[in-house]
Structures are given as C-alpha cells and as structure tokens.
Ligand binder design. Structure first.
Ligand code: BG6
Length: 467
C-alpha cells in the first residue's frame, strides 16, 4: 500500500515560534514576552523571522512539493488586548500570508491558539477564567469571517493538555506554577468549552471549511506487567489523553474519567465539578467536529509512584536529566531497548499506531485524523550548507511506516505534518533544539534544506516510505 493521492503531506509552524516581531507592528503582549525575559535564557525574537521570510518559506514548500502548511494566527496580533480593539496591520499580515500560500499551491491549516493567550487575558487567569473563553470565541468568530475565502481548514487549540501541564504542573510555561493539578484540570475543561463554543459558532456561520482541535496524544504503557503499573499508566492516560478525548468526541466525561479526575483533584487539595450548562454546550459541539488533529512525538512507560511530586524538565539536551513523578499517579521511566532523543523523548512509533487505533476503537464517531505534528528535536550541525540529519529522516520514516499500518488497518488518517517546516524557536529549549526540514540560520535568516527535506520530497513524490 502507498499513501493515497489525496493524503496531505505538510510542514507545521506556530506564530510565536517562527514569526519574530513579537512587540512590533501593533502586536499586543503575550505572557511569554516577560516570562522569557525574566529567565534571560532566550527570547521569541527573531525566531525564524517568518513575518518577513514567509515568501521564502512558502517558495521552499512549492519547490519541495510540500502542499500544506500549519500556521497559527497570533491572537494578540489581531486583538492586541485580547478583545475589543483590532490591529489592522496584523489582520492584513495574515491575508498576505494566506495569499502567498495559495500562490504557491500550499494549503494553509490554521490554528487559532498555539500557546499564546494575550497577556491582558493571561493576567486575569488565562483559561482559568471564563472571560478568556468568551474572548476566544469572539476572536475565533472574527477570524472565521475575515479569512473565510482563504482558509478552509481550522483548528481551535493546539494541545490542550500540554498547555495545562506546562502552565500548572511542570511550570515551564507562564505563569510557571508547579504541581497544581486542579488548576490544570480546570483550564483543560475551559479550553474544551471554548473549543466547543467556537465549533458551534463556525457551524452556525455556515462556512464552507472544516474545523477540529489538536491534542498531543502520547501513549501510556505500564512499565512492568503488574497491576500497580497498569493502574499508574491508566491514571496518567486519563489525565493527559482520555479527559480531552472524552470532551472532544462525547462532549462529556465518562464515569471512569470523572472518578479518576475528581480523585486526582481531591488528592491535590482541589475539586472538579463541571457546570451542567457547559457540558450541554460541549455535547452539542461534539458531533460537529470534522476531524481530530493528533500531535505525536513520544510515548511513556509508567511505574507506580507513592512519593511527592518531583519534576525536572530537560531543557538543555543533556541526556538523562528528565524526571517526571506525580504524586498518586506514577513515574515516567526510561525503558531498555527504547532509544531517546537528547531531550529524553522516547522514540517509539508503535505508540503512534496504538494511539490512532485506540481513538478509532474507543471513539468510533471520529471522522478523520490528521497527524498535525511529528518530528525529532536534534542538535543539527551545519557543515558549509550541508546538514546531515539522518536520525531525523529515520525518525520520520519509522513514524510514517506506523501510520501506513494504521491506515491499512482501517484508520481514516488524512494527512501528516512534520514538526517543523523550518527551524523554529522551542518554548522551553530555545534555539539549539532544532526540528526543521529547512535549517534556519538565526543570524542571517537564510534557509538551507537539510537531508530530511530531500528525504521528505522523495516520500511525497513516491507517496511511500523507505521500507
Ligand atoms: C509541540 C508543540 O508540543 O511540540 C510545539 O505544539 C513544540 O509548539 C513541539 O515546539 C516540540 O516541543 P519542544 O518543546 O521540543 O519545542
């Protein structure tokens, strides 16, 4: 079997990670601006200067037969304060980008929220505050109407669980809070409510395009084949995967999900009692989703853990420094025989296959899946314009093989996007964790195709992987 002719091969980006010009051209502040400045390690400027380089990047897409790009709109470029006043320069910028996409035969797949809530709303509690939910819906409606002739594929949120865990459990995203599981749960719930409201608005607007949400779905396996580890893996899966999948496809939480979530909230000194009216809205929206975006990088092997919360994020690429232990849930383990990246992400394509098949089985109402991100963070070396990133080619090839198997086993997967199209800024790792098919020299902003760009073109042209 080859990938079908209508299977989409794309490259992914996100506004804050590639655009640069974070505080100019009328763009409003996001929490990241101060958060990164306070850390003093790196900043979102200039990133890959997509604000100016987009014609170059889209021309590269055309040359390398990449017919789709994931782009996110920076909410605060459109509404600098999150609501109210519109920044016309920002509105026009995305018109120019979308026009350039179409000129190059590249379909834009557009995300409305990729980790960058405007600072005014962030300061009021971000998605812990329903005011942000309402502001997001206004912003979404504005974009649907404004870009209706240029955008056919929309995603509301990029990765509800990672936003919540990084903000309130791992503390690597602003506001940098650690171990507050109840806050993470509530903010996921409100993001899913905002998603539901935006989907309903989109459908009521009778736009001709399609809409869905993107989740980062990482398969959780028991570390050892025993009851305690099985239970630990199950709990982490419910918190990270099942909670948002239930919200997406069922518009409510199953008893199994609620029991675990309530117990985890209680264990951490909080509670979770979703409002019945909000659940009605989520239930109405659930069947309206046109597709699910699935980001997949790694899987986890979980061992039962009774100790205190203890997380250390490997943000430097020093192998073996990652630690993730959650009280009452479990500990993520390395597993013999399973390779890791320098940032300790387990390379396990079977996890992608298993997750796709799990969604198909557990949520048979799903309509289609796009793999909206998959890729390998790697310390690329630049040798006079030659970038040999063989491990990345191997990573992508293995994951595409797993994907092919899922498709031939009946899963309706419509597309695959490499993270990232060109090198971009990595939120908590900076500029030396590169993912791009195209190398970005962050000083000159010149682009250089890596070996993986040539490899990907071959896959696209042959509509097949290397067996
Ligand atoms: C995804 C995000 O979770 O992972 C991207 O959608 C991110 O924005 C990517 O860059 C890789 O993560 P990291 O931390 O290695 O940059």
């Amino acid at each position: 079997m080859k990938f079908p002719q209508d299977f989409v091969f794309g490259g992914a980006t996100a506004a804050y990670q590639c655009e640069g010009e974070t505080r100019t051209h009328g763009k409003g502040k996001v929490a990241w601006d101060d958060f990164l400045a306070a850390q003093g390690r790196f900043s979102g400027d200039p990133a890959s200067d997509f604000y100016h380089q987009y014609p170059v990047d889209l021309d590269l897409c055309r040359k390398f037969h990449i017919k789709a790009i994931r782009i996110s709109i920076a909410w605060s470029r459109i509404f600098p304060e999150g609501v109210g006043r519109i920044n016309q320069e920002g509105v026009d910028f995305y018109h120019r980008v979308f026009r350039e996409c179409h000129k190059n035969g590249v379909e834009p797949y557009v995300t409305l929220h990729h980790f960058d809530t405007p600072d005014t709303l962030h300061k009021k509690g971000d998605f812990l505050n329903k005011e942000t939910v309402e502001a997001f819906v206004q912003y979404a409606k504005f974009c649907f109407e404004e870009y209706k002739d240029e955008v056919s594929y929309w995603f509301t949120f990029n990765e509800v669980w990672p936003v919540a865990t990084n903000q309130y459990i791992e503390g690597t995203f602003p506001p940098g809070i650690k171990y507050d599981i109840p806050k993470a749960i509530l903010s996921m719930h409100y993001m899913m409510l905002a998603h539901a409201k935006a989907v309903i608005a989109f459908k009521e607007g009778h736009y001709s395009g399609k809409i869905g949400v993107i989740h980062s779905l990482e398969t959780k396996y028991p570390y050892e084949d025993n009851d305690a580890d099985r239970e630990a893996a199950k709990k982490e899966d419910i918190l990270a995967n099942q909670f948002v999948l239930d919200a997406t496809f069922l518009g409510e939480y199953t008893d199994e999900t609620l029991t675990t979530i309530k117990a985890l909230a209680a264990l951490n000194g909080g509670s979770f009692d979703p409002d019945a009216k909000d659940l009605e809205i989520m239930k109405k929206a659930a069947p309206l989703n046109d597709y699910l975006g699935m980001n997949h990088y790694q899987s986890h092997f979980i061992k039962a853990y009774d100790g205190e919360n203890d997380i250390h994020h490997n943000g430097t690429g020093e192998k073996g420094t990652n630690r993730f232990r959650l009280k009452g849930i479990g500990e993520r383990m390395f597993k013999e025989g399973i390779e890791t990246t320098d940032w300790d992400w387990l390379i396990y394509p079977q996890g992608m296959y298993d997750m796709i098949m799990r969604v198909k089985k557990q949520y048979p109402m799903y309509k289609a899946i796009y793999i909206t991100e998959n890729g390998m963070g790697y310390k690329d070396t630049f040798d006079d314009g030659f970038i040999d990133d063989a491990p990345r080619c191997d990573y992508i090839n293995k994951h595409l093989k797993a994907l092919k198997k899922a498709i031939s086993d009946g899963a309706n997967v419509k597309g695959y996007f490499v993270w990232s199209l060109m090198d971009v800024f990595s939120w908590s790792n900076g500029y030396n964790k590169r993912y791009g098919l195209f190398y970005a020299d962050f000083n000159t902003q010149k682009r250089y195709p890596k070996c993986s760009a040539y490899y990907y073109k071959m896959v696209i042209d042959n509509r097949d992987v290397i067996e």
